[in-house]
Ligand binder design. Structure first.
Ligand code: CA
Length: 234
């Protein structure tokens, strides 16, 4: 899941970023209201953590401009100003929750999980492919009843493959969605990550390969009948 943090205090922003990355979210940070608004308008996030006191544009202005533009991404407001008026103002403008500073990381993470769960009921929290299960809220992967440890990028790649299960995905599509940049087409970064993922999710004797290589094109994650194994090239 992708989270945008709009926070001008770099210490706080870094604390949130590193904590969330440890929980395998992918995190981007904007340090002022104008940049934050622009980034939020032009990219898709699963949630936004938005500070109130910001240079450029304050958090309430950013919030109301986002909602006016029809962007309904869940927003958790962060502020030192814990007064009732501020809280009400934020919620009236369309914030989903409100967290007064100082807060503990555990509390932030719990509030974030809660808005993600509450506001995305259509998004299933568990993705499954054969006997591999990925929990998109906790970011844990399980196979054969065992937890599989994933890095942030491995998680993002696996989530993307599982959300698009049974579809053939080209290398460039995967790059755009998971890495957000255009790599040199000669780069083998995706193949390197696919190899690492395979080692982690397919390392048990007798487990079915779940990620198919489609020669010259890309990859497909698949609940695979045994007959199709002939298509697997790598
Ligand atoms: Ca601030």
């Amino acid at each position: 899941m992708k989270i945008l943090v709009i926070e001008d205090e770099r210490k706080v922003a870094n604390f949130i970023k590193s904590g969330l990355e440890e929980e395998r979210y992918s995190v981007e940070v904007a340090n002022d209201g104008i940049t934050g608004l622009e980034v939020a308008m032009n990219n898709q996030y699963d949630a936004i953590l938005l500070d109130v006191m910001l240079p450029g544009k304050d958090g309430f202005t950013v919030l109301s401009e986002l909602r006016a533009a029809g962007i309904s991404t869940p927003i958790l407001m962060l502020t030192a100003r814990g007064t009732t008026e501020d809280r009400v103002q934020g919620l009236d403008l369309g914030a989903d929750d409100y967290l007064p500073k100082p807060f503990s990381f555990q509390e932030l993470a719990a509030r974030l999980r809660s808005i993600l769960r509450r506001l995305s009921p259509e998004k299933t929290t568990k993705l499954q492919c054969d006997d591999l299960v990925l929990d998109t809220v906790s970011h844990f992967a399980f196979r054969f009843g065992k937890e599989i440890e994933l890095t942030t990028k491995e998680y993002a790649l696996l989530e993307y493959l599982m959300r698009n299960k049974n579809k053939i995905l080209s290398r460039s599509t995967i790059t755009q969605h998971v890495w957000k940049h255009n790599f040199d087409p000669e780069s083998n970064i995706i193949d390197v990550y696919i190899k690492r993922l395979r080692t982690k999710i397919e390392n048990e004797d007798g487990s079915k390969p779940l990620i198919q290589s489609i020669r010259g094109v890309g990859y497909r994650m698949r609940d695979m009948p045994a007959d199709d194994l002939i298509e697997v090239t790598g």
